[in-house]
Design a protein around this ligand. Structure first.
Ligand SMILES: [Fe+2]
Ligand SMILES: [Fe+2]
Length: 255
């Protein structure tokens, strides 16, 4: 068959569409090197070839026009509504904690326990998520978010928590956590806030119901009492994690 008349494959068509969109846009949007790594490629967007491809265009140094606009001074609730890919699991686990009368701190911890996964990154999501919220919440909440990642793998029969069936189906029956996770578990097990983190794990198993009705509005007051929203906007307050929020806000800024 003549190469020039070969029908485009799905991925070629997607590429062509993407390129067409790019030409319409004022600014050149780039992918972070990490996005390539997650595609299994050691590759990066560099300026000369991209500028040659889109002559007369500058690189994006602000909002990504493909994403929902965010207010000038965004709040955690704005990130929930306009950046997080999915909030059902977070809301369901928090709703379960609330319904069963657990302390508000636990409800808040459940509400944010997987924010790294839904907005940023999977690997070591407990650590990333804890770092994102650390300047704004009680130390106990960020500690519990950090350690829930490890605790999820270890049963505690005294509270009726077994190794999750879900993990058997996700990782195979023989999966064993890495040594750093085992160490984290041991430290957490001996910690005074152990039960807060364990409760995140326990509420988690009730939080995979695709039909459960949950609403962020039910948690806005709890967020207000447990998350110190910076007046400058989340991302612009010069906290140790403000840059992480800015990156989620503007994921395609060139620098
Ligand atoms: Fe998690
Ligand atoms: Fe979870």
């Amino acid at each position: 068959m003549n190469e020039h008349h070969r029908p485009m494959t799905m991925s070629e068509r997607a590429d062509a569409l993407e390129e067409e969109k790019m030409h319409e846009m004022e600014r050149i949007l780039t992918r972070s090197t990490f996005a390539y790594l997650t595609d299994g490629k050691r590759e990066m967007d560099t300026s000369p070839p991209l500028q040659a491809k889109y002559p007369g265009h500058y690189f994006n140094m602000g909002a990504d026009p493909r994403l929902p606009p965010m207010p000038e001074k965004p709040t955690l609730v704005d990130y929930f509504r306009h950046r997080f890919a999915s909030t059902a699991h977070l809301l369901q686990s928090a709703a379960h904690a609330l319904k069963t009368g657990q302390p508000e701190k636990v409800v808040m911890a459940c509400l944010v326990h997987d924010i790294a996964i839904v907005s940023f990154i999977r690997c070591d999501h407990g650590y990333w998520g804890a770092q994102m919220i650390e300047p704004y919440v009680d130390e106990e909440i960020s500690w519990a978010v950090r350690t829930h990642q490890a605790l999820r793998f270890f049963p505690d029969e005294s509270v009726g928590y077994g190794y999750p069936d879900l993990y058997k189906s996700l990782f195979g029956p023989d999966y064993e956590p890495e040594p750093y996770i085992v160490e984290e578990y041991k430290r957490a097990r001996a910690h005074k806030w152990y039960m807060t983190s364990r409760l995140i794990c326990m509420n988690d198993i009730y939080a995979f119901d695709p039909n459960a009705k949950v609403n962020l509005d039910d948690f806005v007051d709890i967020i207000g009492r447990n998350f110190r929203q910076p007046k400058e906007g989340l991302g612009f307050d010069n906290s140790p994690s403000a840059h992480m929020w800015r990156t989620i806000l503007w994921p395609t800024r060139f620098l």
